[in-house]
Design a protein around this ligand. Sequence first.
Ligand code: ADP
Length: 720
Amino acid sequence: SNSSSYTWGNPTDSTQDYKPGRKKIRQNMSFLSKRRALPIWPYKSEIIRRIEQSQVVIIEGETGSGKSTQIPQWCLEVENVSKVVCSQPRRIAAISLANRVAHEMGVGVGDEVGYVVRFEHKSSLTTNLKYVTDGILVRQLMTDRSLEAYDVIIIDEVHERRLVTDILIGLIKQILPYRPELRIVIMSATLNKNKFSDFFENCGNLKIPGQIYPIEKIFSPAVIERAAFGEDDQKRYEKYVIQAINVVMEICIMERTQGDILVFVTGRDEIDYICEYLEDLCVTYKDSMGTIDIIPLYGELPYSSQQRIFAKAPKSFQGRISRKCIIATNIAETSITIEGIVFVIDSGKVKLSSVDQKCHMKSLLPVDISKSSAEQRAGRAGRTQPGKCYRLYSQDAYEAMANDTIPEIMRSDLTSVILQLKVMGIDLETFESIDQPNPDQRQLALERLIQLNALDPYHNVTEIGRQMARFPLDAEVSRMLVASKDYSCQNEILTLAAMLSGDRPGSVFVLVGKKKREKAMEARGQFAHPSGDHLTYINVFNHFKANGCREDWCFDKFLNFKILNEASTIHSQLEHIMIELNFLDHNSLRYSSPAKDSNILKAILTGNISQLAQRDPLQPHVGSRQQFITVLDNLKVTLHPSCTLSEYTQYELLCYSSCLKTNARKSYISTVSSINMEWYDEVAGTTGAPSLMKRRAERMHLLSFMTELELSQLFNDFNI
Ligand code: ADP
């Protein structure tokens, strides 16, 4: 490859940037001065020239320099370009950017500028600039193989190295030879050396010099034990959560510099907890802290709440500095730029999803961030003036961090992605991606797809596989939907799929404090189905619908309205696909017969055929918290506390939708139903699953009278 190394862009006089032949696009004049001040503005002509000159251009620029908002608009000015798409790893960023850019251009969202994310869109035939998620673009590739719908494709935030982004980049590379006029722009905050330019031969590179003010980095600060934290809280949350609260207090009370605070922690629970705690402290210590506007920021937040981060800090209070304090996940690392941040508090942790290669257990655990993440986070403090970054870890801990985060493609579940590629007719052996997944991971995904009957034993896609791929859902859930036709329970599985595909289905039941707990449990009991969570969720949704989808009804029943409302939207979208596939034409049995329940459970079992757990026969006492062993990989698990089933009952066979390792010691299964043993062979007969039960039983039998050592001896002797 003759990829050149990065060249530094040359600022040019942007007053002359409308070359003859370049189209003028609409703009809202009141935003112009702000846009002109963005670091990227002087490079406008140069960027447009690069895009005109080469098919692939890689642009690297500091977060907040204006890449995601400006470059897509400029692309519209390029000759012969009328349709531009800009793809983002996160839904929240796609929606937020579309809104922002529509404002800047003075047009309505959904007219010239729009967005499309899973289960939600605002776009029309007049939309020339569309913000989408990477996943949407990959789906579009399934029907529009060379993306004829677009003249320029911008892929943003590639440094995050999300699985879907990497797949998208691999797919796009394949269409380049067929569409010489197509332009690709790859954008990133930081890039890992020349990995990307090596991947695309003959591409143009441009680096927008960042302007960052000096940042003082303070490692592992002494904790001020100012607030009285209960022991429960200490146990419930990691130390950095408490430290973060302390440092926020310290800044508010001691710092004389004007400026807002940004705290990086790992997830929504922590964020909600910190926000609540700080709100209380702010009331108690108002005189010494000033007015503090505490704002949560995480991916699943609705767009309107998210807009709060762009508001100005509150007015000062009795001469005290007032500040905004944003408590965020790593979404604020590069995805969303917040003005006015001067203090960053970095927990040094991020929640990463990964799948255990051997036992296919998904985990979502806080892990150490990489050095490059730590630098990005610190960088958020120095956008407008010199800043400070409080690192809630030691210098040694920093030195021990990896340089970069491992790309998702090397650590996650590839089942759905591989099915999509297969349906597109892409040969996995020759599919190029920036980093290759390891062969075990690929094998595991292929095996799962065979068990689901999505692939035949020779790895060809089956009709079932094709139908599954039509749904933008996890492979297990789309398999249930396909099976629902055979078991005449389309409507119920459709409901279940909608509930499982929204954000955090387990949280549909609102957690309440001690006082209200009894009432909440009573309300919850009205929906509980003896077979477990899946049918319980269907019940909840049906009651929600029957009661007119009302927020006050949810409130009374201790149900989360937002989650149900979202499920309702997803429901209608999936229904649409079901109609297209002619699934709903077939009879769906009337509900509320016991036969119906077992049909529903069989359809669920079809999708979750590799997600089964059996009672641990070695378990001593009835009456103690029960342990189960997963069928596929012999892992000890317990029921998650959110489950409908009782932790103390010895169920023979359970089928679960998720298995999660929440810390080093505990593995939970959640969204669990109890399954009749006899159903297994019936269902396994309709899928590609081997008779797992038999294998499992054999193994259990051996285990019950042999020690591990004896077993391995035996296997050795017989060379197994
Ligand atoms: P980059 O892609 O280089 O990180 P962006 O184009 O996203 O930069 O952001 C450029 C500027 O526009 C930033 O100062 C950011 O704060 C501002 N901005 C982006 N989206 C919004 C929004 N929805 N509301 C207000 N300001 C925004």
